[in-house]
Write a protein that binds this ligand. Structure first.
Ligand code: NAD
Length: 486
């Protein structure tokens, strides 16, 4: 039996059962062929209001259930992801343009998110405090209530799951709004996995939709916390609106992550690491290596090897064997990538590989003779582009890498890891990898950025998830009613 039943999800949104949206329908499109894969429901503001109300009702019973029951649902969800891995991966290839390896890895990460969240359900939820009074004083974590999750297109399954799974484990109800371009792999799949796992109706609802639905989710009084992953521009709007409504917003935003290759690094390995960091999933990852800073003594060899790797990669239909890079998500994004490359060349950069496209397939691109002001170096490209700049001293490397507004991930390659760590201490970044590239994610690690990359909010690991998806409550208790002077 397949996970997705065509007669149910097509044309609909998920509110515990599949039903038509007041907002109508939207096409599900293949970025590989441009053809329509079907229609799915598209939530409007009224659908979001109804869903948030339903979530508020369903949450009370869910939170009152035992942690063992919640953990069991999450374990069954993990098993369902494993069982239906091939079907889910095929949607990630078809709808998100994921190469086979990326799609398989994403399903695997969803499995670990489910299992780690099952374990989260049984974690201690507070601490016993000291008190100057003869009483029991506790700080405990209680569910927030309704959580709104807004996710982007690039890792649609995992960027939804990393909030949905821990939020559910901790006794919340969730309304998930996936990106309309990946409404099946980032929405319908999650809805069906949890339905199969026995999650009570209304505790998770999945409402594909655009900005209107997202804005309503942020404004709705039945949604207490927003977990947003997306661009910095949209994140600012979400953060502003959440502030107006006095609700917490966890914002995971854009990046332009540096990879620094020090003079004692192995150039062959460095070029492989750099290629993976820049080209995986067509560079459409928040942690993509967007800036290569290479010591001048290695730069020529590094660029030669990086360009050779780029030239050797196959770009095409992710369903075909040996394809390393699939299509860019849409034509607008492809044009943005090409505009940044074109403007970089006009500003003096040289194309050493790529720089061309066919339909939505953009060749992996290496740029040299790059300066700090080169557009593809300065801005987040969100495409398979590796701009390489050289430096001569560690001070210079630190200054270039620390420049700009983002601070998501940092990679440093060196024969001397302590030297790498000392350099990392000078560069603001939410994530640091010594002797690895910038793209990595594990369900057990606290993921998040600083500056324009986010509010420093974290996903992953017990502490970060507890902070994100619960409220702290101070509780005191004494044997008899307190006495006062009046
Ligand atoms: P986007 O901001 O355009 O869209 C992301 C989601 O937000 C979508 O579901 C969209 O419908 C919704 N949205 C857009 N405007 C909104 C608004 N005003 N109110 C409520 N919801 C709104 O992002 P994108 O361009 O599709 O995705 C790429 C961006 O996401 C890149 O900048 C990338 O770096 C970032 N990203 C960050 C992380 C992270 O963890 N830091 C992970 C993946 C992607």
């Amino acid at each position: 039996m397949t996970l997705l039943n065509d007669r149910e999800w097509r044309g609909n949104i998920f509110t515990g059962a599949w039903r038509p949206a007041q907002g109508g329908t939207a096409p599900v499109t293949s970025p590989t062929t441009g053809s329509e894969l079907g229609l799915i429901g598209s939530a409007g503001a009224a659908d979001v209001t109804d869903a948030a109300e339903r979530a508020a009702k369903a949450q009370k019973d869910w939170a009152a259930r035992s942690f063992e029951e919640r953990a069991a649902v999450l374990r069954r969800a993990g098993a369902e992801f494993e069982d239906k891995a091939d079907e889910i991966a095929s949607w990630l290839r078809a709808e998100a343009g994921s190469a086979a390896g990326k799609a398989g890895f994403e399903v695997h990460l969803a499995v670990t998110e489910a299992y780690e969240s099952a374990a989260l359900a049984s974690q201690p939820t507070g601490e016993v405090l000291r008190s100057a009074q003869p009483r029991l004083s506790l700080a405990r974590r209680v569910p927030v209530g309704g959580i709104g999750v807004i996710a982007p297109f690039n890792f649609p399954l995992i960027l939804g799951m990393r909030s949905v799974a821990p939020a559910l484990a901790l006794g919340n109800a969730v309304v998930l709004k996936p990106d309309p371009r990946t409404a099946v792999s980032g929405g319908a799949v999650i809805a069906e996995v949890f339905r199969e796992a026995g999650l009570p109706e209304g505790v998770l609802q999945v409402l594909p939709g655009g900005t209107e639905a997202g804005s309503q989710l942020v404004a709705d009084p039945n949604v207490a916390v927003i977990s947003f992953t997306g661009s910095t521009a949209a994140g600012r709007k979400v953060g502003e609106a959440a502030g107006r409504h006095l609700k917490r917003a966890h914002l995971e935003l854009g990046g332009n992550s540096p990879l620094i290759v020090l003079d004692d690094a192995d150039v062959d390995r460095a070029a492989s690491v750099g290629a993976w960091g820049s080209f995986l999933h067509q560079g459409q990852i928040c942690m993509t290596t967007g800036r290569h800073l290479v010591h001048e003594s290695l730069a020529e060899a590094y660029v030669d090897k990086l360009a050779a790797k780029a030239d050797a990669l196959t770009v095409g239909d992710p369903d075909q064997e040996g394809v390393a890079l699939g299509p860019i998500i849409d034509i607008g994004q492809r044009d943005r990538v090409h505009d940044l490359v074109t403007r970089s060349v006009e500003a003096g950069a040289t194309v050493r590989a790529g720089g061309t496209y066919d339909a939505q397939f953009y060749r992996p691109t290496v740029l040299e003779r790059v300066t700090a002001g080169t557009p593809a170096f300065e801005e987040e490209v969100f495409g398979p582009v590796a701009p390489v700049i050289t430096f001569s001293t560690l001070d210079e490397a630190a200054e270039i890498a620390a420049a700009g507004d983002y601070g998501l991930s940092l990679g440093i390659l060196t024969g001397n890891p302590m030297r790498g760590m000392e350099l990392a201490d000078r560069i603001p970044s939410g994530i640091v990898h010594i002797n690895d590239q910038t793209v990595d994610d594990e369900a057990v690690a606290p993921f998040g950025g600083v500056g324009a990359s986010g509010t420093g909010a974290r996903f992953g690991g017990t502490r970060a998830n507890l902070e994100a998806f619960t409220e702290t409550q101070w509780v005191t208790m004494q044997s008899e009613i307190q006495r006062y002077p009046f």
